[in-house]
Design a protein around this ligand. Structure first.
Ligand code: FAD
Length: 474
């Protein structure tokens, strides 16, 4: 190509000649991918197949210096930029139309110090990379439930999973981060260094700088957990969910039980006649003393008459990827999420009504149990403010064909609307879709104003705007 046309922050187009692009590429340890490259489509593709944007350039950063070079290049040319960690976010802000996509995937490394019980993690690492390295030493950061999710986006939004009730969120274990600021300077963020930035990074999404590495403190865990699934027919869901709500309120911190309503996958422990029928699955993980597990778990089998179950001891590292087969990339996905304080009967009835008309075999409604250690910090301790919710409900629409988009999205929106009267009003920023910018205030609650002021300090030009954006306020 003799010249390149790139989208700028104000929506205009700038024309850059080949020598400008070549000298930018030559300055990198990583790779600059142009639109005519054979692997351009591979590099721009995200987990959610609904996202189909074509950036003007993709810079695959190998080292922090590449991130600095990318920021400098973007600032100099006033380019629209997006930042990609693991590429999982449902909103698809990791890729931008026509601008510069800054891809951190090559920075995929983890270094554990077992003596200090800390880990440094590169911004391109996936959750499975972190679990593999830390669990080898009997140590863990509480992360999410799908091993191919990116550490960067998950952590910057908060990060919860099977161990969060016991240990808190991923951000509650963040010790420091290396950040390339929007002025190109390398900043360290910790309780000692730039503590306001450190506060903002812990939940404020990708609004404040580009993180190149995260430092976490690690917690000791046993190598095995008792985990698995107990499956009930939808006809018993009302009774089971009512009792589950009471059970959850009394459960110990080292037990997490999530409710999943969907059509039964062809799980080998279920009779074939059940496959494809609507079910309520209790997915559970007990991470305490294994000999005590049964006493806590057994009542979950007596909330009704289960269709089947598969519960037992297994390495935690295996359980951390148990849901990967249901969450593969390449499907079309649309999510709607609420925070919940409890599971009132009217909410349960609504869930059952909508579960009877699921729009696809892959669509599910999951109720993640929060509480425990996630609730033990003050609302203003970190940018993530939801320290009072007991559950996060996610309406996860998932299907394969474009022709089903409207029908499936409508079902998600209708269920979301029907749940509003029972919800707390807040939302987890990492579960927001591209059309939910209007909910950013709900994502940050009482912390929103402080975040807007910090955005003015760390990104006054709103260079980092491909995110759930917090506009700067002086
Ligand atoms: C299948 C699936 C399962 C999930 N399960 C869980 C779960 O159990 N628990 C949970 O808490 N969340 C979960 N999530 C949500 C997940 O936390 C978010 O999607 C998260 O944003 C993914 O991070 P990523 O790096 O893969 O995403 P990306 O799409 O790469 O990044 C998301 C956004 O983060 C910002 N960003 C990324 N990297 C950086 C960086 N280094 N510096 C600055 N900004 C950056 C950018 O704004 C980017 O648009 C899940 C998501 C999926 C798709």
């Amino acid at each position: 190509m003799s010249s390149y046309h790139l989208t700028q922050l104000d929506g205009g187009i700038v024309e850059l000649d080949a020598s400008t692009i070549d000298s930018f590429a030559a300055s990198l340890r990583g790779e600059l991918i142009t639109t005519d490259a054979a692997h351009y489509d591979w590099a721009r593709t995200l987990w959610n197949a609904m996202i189909d944007k074509r950036p003007g350039l993709i810079v695959r950063c190998a080292v922090p210096a590449d991130v600095r070079a990318a920021i400098d290049f973007a600032r100099h040319n006033n380019l629209l930029i997006s930042v990609r960690g693991g590429g999982h976010n449902i909103a698809g802000n990791a890729v931008c139309e026509g601008g510069l996509m800054i891809d951190l995937a090559p920075m995929r490394w983890v270094r554990v110090d077992p003596t200090a019980a800390t880990a440094w993690v590169g911004a391109g690492a996936l959750l499975g990379d972190v679990d593999q390295e830390t669990l080898a030493h009997g140590l863990v950061v509480p992360l999410g439930i799908n091993s191919t999710t990116g550490i960067a986006g998950l952590t910057l939004g908060g990060g919860f999973g099977w161990l969060s009730r016991r240990f808190g969120l991923a951000i509650d274990h963040l010790l420091s981060a290396d950040v390339v600021g929007t002025d190109g300077r390398l900043l360290r963020a910790s309780e000692q260094d730039n503590p306001d930035l450190f506060w903002a990074l812990r939940g404020g999404g990708g609004n404040f700088g580009i993180v190149t590495a995260f430092e976490f403190s690690l917690q000791p865990v046993l190598p095995e957990v008792v985990a698995g699934l107990i499956v009930y027919p939808l006809s018993q869901a009302r009774d089971v969910l009512q009792q589950y709500g009471d059970f959850a309120a009394e459960a110990p911190d080292n037990l997490s039980v999530w409710g999943v309503m969907r059509k039964a996958p062809p799980l080998p422990f279920l009779p074939e006649t059940v496959h494809g029928t609507e079910v309520l699955i209790l997915a559970l993980c007990y991470s305490g003393n294994l000999d005590d597990a049964e006493a806590f778990i057994d009542p979950l089998r007596r909330l009704g008459t289960p269709l089947g179950e598969h519960v037992g001891r297994q390495p935690f590292v295996d359980w951390q990827s148990a849901f990967d087969p249901l969450l593969t990339p390449g499907a079309r996905n649309y999510w709607k999420s609420h925070n919940l304080a409890s599971l009132p009967d009217a909410l349960i009835d609504t869930l059952i009504e909508f579960c009877q008309k699921l729009p696809s075999d892959q669509t599910e409604i999951f109720i993640a149990q929060m509480g425990g250690a996630t609730n033990r910090l003050a609302v203003d301790a970190t940018a993530y403010p939801h320290r009072e919710n007991q559950f996060i409900i996610n309406v996860h629409g998932r299907w394969n064909s474009v022709k089903d988009d409207e029908r499936c999205i409508n079902w998600c929106r209708q269920l979301f609307d029907a749940l509003v009267p029972h919800a707390m009003g807040g939302v987890y920023v990492n579960f927001m879709t591209a059309d939910e910018q209007y909910r950013v205030g709900a994502a940050y609650g009482a912390n929103h104003q402080r975040l807007a002021n910090l955005k003015q300090k760390y990104d006054p030009d709103n260079l980092l705007r491909m995110n759930q954006n917090i506009p700067p306020v002086g």
